[in-house]
Design a protein around this ligand. Structure first.
Ligand SMILES: [Zn+2]
Ligand SMILES: [Zn+2]
Length: 870
């Protein structure tokens, strides 16, 4: 029976689904282990990072199920926002703003729906144990309704406000984006040295800037107070070239005298740094760039140009008029849109904000209450909290996302939100672009109400997943039962978004932490150790790997990743996984062929070798269980693998093969250890372990699937057996190694084996197993003093004799071959020469042999025993 991995895997995937093996039971009284599974973003198929990451989460879900928990592990998808919109624009060759809003949303839903179907299929192929009966997707009306309720709750708590405020703005996507969504990139740009004029003295003041197109918004020139070059200019007035506006020259510590000429122009608003100047010096907000990334009216002749066009044009003009002194190419870090990589602008816009600056300490305290795996990842959250300078812009000027449930009075600006009760009574969510407001007119002034057209940042949806999962506002009893959740698994790149916003919002709304544990996973890099990138040709498709090797070998690679660390993909790990799968199947087949009933350990039936392996196995179980409780699956698998190959298969099974068919002690030991090991491997290699379980153990054990069978445990500690058994193992291993070296078949009979040992209890206890395993005629324990050692032969030491004797080596070889060793010894004592060169002891190597009662024997050694075969 060979193991057809593809057939087997497909068979069990179907079985698990049909039998509802992963079903979360709302009526169970088992303890709950709930996983705040990351809803997979529905913009495309799974790449290898996702495949490995979800497999890591699956390890924990499967382990906890076997530990007797009622495991809550939902199948879920994140289906809002820009990446889907951008994909739809690409797919249909359309622009969102030129398409009917509701038409466009429909295309997004279709696109996401197709991806969800494909990703669900991929999860199945990977062997992930998510439960489809607690399915959700974040764009569904039932989910968006909860998102809106959380917003209303925060609104009612005074944690939401609308303000005109400079925001990060992507001109390409036409929307505000959060700080956390900015990616930084190194770019080459030019530093332009531009001639300003000092009004009072008429002298030149050269200012270096990378953004000459913003001259129109220049409001201030600053120098460092200790910069002697400019001391005389402080307090005077600078005249801006091209536009001619007059601005003050001030001294400020914040200026870096090393940058450019040491004098800088302050604009509103080129970047976030400018904002501080604006507040400090009470400057006006002047909007030089609009929402589409084009220059506004105040740019004069450059109005309507894109930023890049305006930059080129103004540089040409400056040059023509002799106002450009020089240009230097420099490296600059620019913030870009995470989605389309367009450099972001900083513009004035009315936006909705959630007050996060006020909640920083609360989030910090909550993070301390949560257990972090690995612990050091908490620092990343703390650093992020420390670096925060602004509240969270939650409004987006897009279509495919949860509508912001507010109406505003056209007369007085008063804001109306639906009540929680109104939202509770609805089937789905409200859409202020189509639904009527909750009250017919403004309660303050009677004015007309206008629905908000903005939608939420997608993190507003995904940061309430623990509330959705635990039935917040839907079922109070379930909420009290299920909240907080047990575990949030997630990747390290979204600590500052998903983890941060979730802790913040759940804490603000419920007063409690969202989960007890959080585990932070690393990335999977290409086989060359670089991030996978199509243009580098190092992208690995998980489905191709599975198609070629099977899901279990792929999952084995996932066991080799340490939580929190980035790991390069290694094909050789998949191949190792394949070998392990075969080994497990072979062990299962062997043990399955021996056992015939459910067996429990009866100590009185056990021999030394049985007690040895059982005691070691009990220790492995304890260690592995503790590691898995702390999410250290990588170390757990290493220990299991080592035990399975090096102790159980290589030694114990070999030691008891000769008695396995008829000896009860061997049978009960094989049953216990083999079943326990396949159970321990079940979370990692769910298919082969199920195949072994169903083929050989289910009829005796009864559980419908190994994945809902009980996690193994064994109280069995016998330190003495462990110590003695090691020696039996070493003796057998030495004899088997010797057979292999001599080219003797392992099952070929050998004569009497005589063992002189400092551990006679070990050899006595293992006598039968040694004899049976090495196929010896008999095994005897002898006294060490009965063994003698003598020189049976001398051989030339070529490295010494060769150079000394030069051409006469042949004569030495002939002499040694024809002379008995005792005569050689005598010759050495008396002194002799070959072709005039004296032969010394260093030129010869004595070959010693052990003898027992005058018989010459093959002698093998272990640390504690001397083994004679002959
Ligand atoms: Zn963009
Ligand atoms: Zn009003």
């Amino acid at each position: 029976m060979s193991y057809d991995i593809k057939k087997v895997e497909a068979k069990w995937q179907e079985f698990w689904e049909k039998e509802g093996v992963y079903h979360f039971d709302f009526n169970s009284d088992k303890p709950v282990y709930s996983i705040d599974n990351p809803p997979r973003y529905a913009s495309g198929r799974l790449h290898i990072g996702h495949a490995v990451h979800y497999t890591h989460i699956d390890f924990i879900a499967r382990y906890r199920r076997m530990r007797g928990y009622n495991v809550f592990f939902p199948l879920c998808f994140d289906v809002n926002g820009m990446p889907i919109e951008v994909n739809v624009e690409k797919k249909y060759g359309i622009r969102m703003r030129e398409t009917d809003r509701h038409e466009f949303v429909k295309l997004c839903e279709e696109f996401a729906g197709a991806n969800i179907g494909e990703m669900t299929r991929q999860y199945r192929i990977l062997g992930e144990s998510m439960d489809p009966t607690i399915y959700y997707q974040t764009d569904a009306p039932y989910y968006r309704r909860i998102t809106q309720m959380t917003f209303v709750e925060m609104f009612n708590k005074g944690l939401v406000y609308k303000a005109e405020h400079p925001v990060n703005w992507c001109p390409r996507c036409g929307t505000a984006i959060a700080d956390a969504e900015i990616e930084y990139a190194e770019r080459k740009t030019y530093l332009n040295y531009v001639r300003f004029r000092v009004k009072e003295t008429g002298e030149d003041l050269i200012i270096a800037t990378t953004r000459p197109e913003l001259l129109c918004t220049c409001q201030l020139v600053a120098v460092h107070p200790e910069d002697e070059r400019y001391a005389a200019l402080v307090g005077k007035t600078a005249v801006v070239p091209i536009y001619g506006q007059e601005v003050k020259i001030v001294a400020d510590e914040a200026v870096d005298p090393e940058f450019g000429t040491g004098a800088v122009m302050i604009c509103s608003v080129g970047d976030k740094g400018d904002l501080e100047w604006i507040y400090k010096y009470g400057l006006k907000f002047i909007k030089g760039i609009d929402e589409e990334g084009r220059m506004t009216e105040i740019a004069g002749k450059y109005a309507g140009m894109t930023v890049e066009e305006a930059k080129r044009a103004i540089v040409e003009d400056l040059e023509r008029e002799g106002l450009l002194i020089k240009r230097e190419e420099i490296e600059q870090t620019v913030g870009t849109c995470w989605r389309c990589h367009t450099p972001i602008e900083f513009i004035q816009k009315e936006q909705w904000f959630i007050r996060i600056m006020d909640l920083k300490d609360e989030v910090r305290r909550a993070a301390d209450e949560i257990r972090w795996f690995p612990e050091f990842m908490k620092k990343r959250l703390e650093d992020w909290i420390d670096s925060l300078q602004w509240d969270w812009v939650v409004s987006r000027q897009r279509y495919f996302a949860t509508p912001i449930p507010v109406w505003e009075c056209a007369e007085c600006g008063h804001v109306v939100v639906p009540s929680i009760e109104q939202l509770k009574a609805m089937d789905g969510h409200v859409d202020p672009t189509v639904d009527p407001p909750p009250v017919p007119s403004c309660p303050k002034c009677g004015g007309g109400l206008k629905g908000c057209e903005d939608v939420f940042d997608t993190w507003v949806d995904s940061s309430i997943s623990p509330l959705y999962n635990t039935f917040w506002m839907r079922d109070d009893e379930k909420f009290r039962w299920l909240y907080p959740m047990s575990l949030r698994p997630q990747a390290h790149d979204i600590i500052r978004t998903w983890a941060f916003y979730t802790i913040l919002r759940c804490k603000a709304i419920t007063g409690e932490i969202p989960w007890r544990d959080i585990f932070i996973d690393g990335f999977i890099l290409g086989p060359d150790g670089r991030p996978m990138h199509a243009s580098w040709g190092n992208v690995v498709d998980p489905l191709e790997i599975i198609d070629k090797y099977g899901a279990d070998p792929f999952r084995y690679f996932a066991t080799q990743c340490t939580l929190g660390e980035d790991t390069a993909f290694r094909y050789k790990d998949v191949v190792r996984g394949q070998r392990l799968v075969t080994k497990i199947w072979n062990i299962g087949r062997f043990v399955g062929g021996v056992i015939d009933a459910r067996m429990e350990i009866k100590p009185e039936k056990l021999r030394l070798a049985d007690r040895w392996i059982l005691s070691k196995y009990a220790r492995v179980l304890k260690e592995v269980t503790e590691l898995l409780d702390g999410y250290r699956y990588d170390r757990a698998v290493k220990i299991l693998e080592n035990f399975l190959w090096r102790e159980f298969a290589d030694h114990y099974i070999e030691m008891v093969k000769h008695r396995a068919a008829h000896d009860e002690g061997a049978k009960m030991t094989l049953y216990t250890v083999a079943l326990g090991l396949i159970k321990c491997f079940a979370p990692f290699l769910p298919h082969v372990t199920e195949e072994v379980y169903q083929s050989f153990f289910r009829e005796h054990e009864g559980a419908k699937s190994i994945h809902i069978s009980e996690w193994p445990s064994l109280e069995f500690a016998d330190r003495e057996a462990e110590r003695l058994g090691e020696e039996v193992k070493e003796v057998i291993a030495a004899i088997r190694r010797w057979k292999a070296e001599k080219g003797i078949a392992l099952n070929a009979p050998i004569g009497t084996v005589r063992i002189a040992t400092s551990m006679p209890e070990a050899i006595e206890g293992g006598l039968d197993d040694i004899k049976g395993t090495v196929h010896a005629e008999s095994v005897e324990i002898i006294e060490a003093r009965e063994i003698e050692e003598r020189v049976v032969e001398y051989r030339p030491n070529f490295s010494v004799a060769g150079p000394a004797l030069r051409g006469s080596m042949r004569k030495l070889v002939e002499f040694l071959e024809s002379t008995p060793p005792d005569e050689v010894e005598r010759a050495l004592e008396e002194g002799f020469a070959i072709d005039g060169v004296a032969v010394t002891r260093e030129m010869l190597v004595p070959v010693r042999r052990k003898t027992y009662r005058g018989m010459e024997m093959e002698a093998l050694e272990t640390e504690h025993s001397l083994i004679l075969i002959g």
